[in-house]
Design a protein around this ligand. Structure first.
Ligand code: KG4
Ligand code: ZN
Length: 360
């Protein structure tokens, strides 16, 4: 059995998988509440919390599944990318455990975890597929041709897609993570009023850009007098209970206008990509893949291009250890992983750093 550990940002996650990659147990301990009052993830707090949570989560995992460390056959751990202190906690823990149990240790790139996450719920998915990884830190359009055979076609030139959601939410006074809040607010406004310029319009590029959209939202929020400057962030439920009707109308309209623009950006890029790199399957993955509107528009774009659409189920969109264990299960089928105690954490992702193969 594979024990998987993920601690790259503000979630401590563990999972247990069969050697075939079937998930037996997956648990996440979120630190969101600890960081919220600071307006973002505080690296030092994050690593200390991983240090506390990891042994408890692993102990709980064994109790829940009725197994012991002696039932393990290998250990998988996120080696990159992330907050270096956070990744280091997971890597050190995994190294110590693998050394004590004399087990293979499989280092996994978090982005490859997101890239293969849809397989956890959709074993019928096959290579090749065109995938958009959209999370809080990355927006990468990748042609996945096989295990470890990834071609980077485009990426964000500035903010990540999830970051744009988070910043838009913050402008209107909502805490991190902003994506789910914006999605809920947008549902109250079926016909948004504001149309924002689509970035990189008319260019042949498959890259993305979200910083212009963020500025446009900021300007609109100022014009509507709904920008929240002070740090007193309130959540969606509190806002819906306490805000007056005119404010609610404006905030929901701006959220829906932003959501509609992101849908257009993503749909257009995927359509362009499918025309240039026809693939039988399209994937949306990463935290932002939880967004129903984006799933809906990409289902349409895929169908228009005779492709099937896949996204992970909600628990596997955001950071989790099951996807890390799954990647390890696939590599363990084709390669040996002798215990390497010199293995180190890396804040950068080799996948994210790949050269973009698409010219345009
Ligand atoms: O993959 P993830 O859990 O962590 C990173 O690796 O970054 O992604 C987190 C990001 C955040 O920016 C969050 O606002 C966004 O995913 N997100 C969403 C939704 N749920 C989470 N964005 C849009 N709509 C959602 N429903
Ligand atoms: Zn992630």
């Amino acid at each position: 059995m594979i024990l998987a550990i993920e601690s790259s940002c503000d979630d401590t996650a563990v999972a247990l998988l069969t050697p075939q990659g079937e998930v037996l147990y997956s648990e996440i301990s979120s630190q969101i509440k600890l960081h919220q009052s600071f307006g973002g993830v505080v690296p030092e707090i994050a690593s200390r919390q991983h240090l506390k949570a990891l042994p408890l989560l692993i102990q709980h995992l064994f109790t829940q599944v009725g197994k012991t460390p002696l039932d393990l056959t290998s250990i998988a751990v996120t080696q990159s990318p992330g907050l270096i202190g956070s990744v280091l906690v997971g890597v050190s823990y995994a190294k110590a455990l693998a050394w004590a149990l004399k087990l293979p240790l499989v280092p996994v790139d978090h982005l490859e975890g997101h890239l293969l996450a849809p397989f956890l719920d959709h074993p019928q998915l096959r290579f090749p597929y065109l995938a958009l990884i959209a999370s809080g830190g990355h927006t990468h359009l990748i042609l996945a041709q096989g295990l470890g055979q990834y071609q980077l076609l485009g990426k964000t030139l500035d903010d990540a897609c999830g970051e744009a959601y988070d910043k838009t939410a913050k402008i209107m006074g909502f805490p991190y993570p902003g994506g789910p809040t914006i999605e809920k607010l947008a549902r109250h406004c079926p016909s948004p009023s504001y149309s924002f310029t689509l970035p990189l319009r008319g260019k042949k590029t498959l890259n993305f850009s979200f910083s212009g959209l963020k500025t446009a939202v900021l300007n609109q929020a100022k014009a509507l007098e709904i920008r929240v400057e002070k740090k007193e962030l309130i959540d969606y439920s509190q806002f819906m209970q306490e805000a007056d009707e005119p404010r609610k109308t404006k905030v929901c309209d701006l959220a829906a206008s932003f959501q509609q623009t992101v849908e257009k950006i993503i749909a257009q890029r995927m359509d362009q990509a499918l025309k240039l790199y026809p693939a039988p399957q399209v994937v949306l993955t990463g935290g932002v893949a939880a967004n129903e509107g984006l799933r809906r528009v990409l289902t349409k774009v895929a169908a228009k291009n005779r492709a099937a659409f896949f996204a992970p189920s909600l628990p596997y969109c955001s950071d989790n250890a099951a996807m890390i264990g799954f990647v390890a299960s696939q590599y363990l089928k084709v390669k040996a992983f002798p215990l390497d105690l010199s293995l180190n954490a890396n804040s950068k992702s080799p996948i994210a750093l790949m050269e973009c193969s698409h010219e345009g």
